[in-house]
Design a protein around this ligand. Structure first.
Ligand code: HEM
Length: 120
């Protein structure tokens, strides 16, 4: 069980890598647009994250802090999804992504990674 949980954490990290990598490629030298790959990374991180939100494969009993953390992470994920969805709809109509929305996606992806990493 512990090994399986470690595999799911690894998949969760892959989702983060795909999301943040796709965003960074656009941010630094790219066209600062949202891409389908960002949605793929977000979906991988989201599905694996929901699987990790259940207390299996761990020896400790999760307290309030654990559930507060995953609730915050879920809200951040929904905001990221909303920003990407809004930006992609604009792109489809030939418009551009507002730069605030574009940078917010990178910052919020990093925030969720930091919450997972540092909040214990
Ligand atoms: C953009 C979305 C997300 C990103 C980039 C992200 C990133 C990360 C990272 C980097 C870790 C640290 C892994 C480690 O070193 O052990 C982590 C852990 C974790 N994440 Fe996420 N995450 C995201 C969304 C979510 C969501 C939506 C949930 C649940 C609803 C979630 C639940 C968890 C859990 C339960 C852990 C393990 C924390 C622990 O064992 O204390 N994540 N996440």
């Amino acid at each position: 069980m512990e090994t399986l949980r470690a595999v799911v954490v690894f998949v969760h990290l892959l989702g983060f890598a795909v999301l943040f990598g796709a965003w960074a490629a656009q941010a630094f030298g790219g066209k600062k647009q949202f891409t389908q790959l960002m949605n793929v990374g977000l979906a991988i991180a989201g599905v694996a994250g929901l699987a990790l939100a259940a207390p299996w494969g761990i020896e400790w009993t999760p307290g309030m802090s654990f559930y507060l953390k995953i609730t915050v992470k879920l809200v951040v994920l929904i905001i990221i999804g909303g920003l990407i969805g809004m930006g992609m709809a604009r792109q489809k109509r030939g418009g551009t992504v507002p730069s605030g929305a574009f940078w917010a996606v990178g910052v919020l992806a990093l925030l969720n990674a930091a919450l997972g990493f540092f909040w214990h």
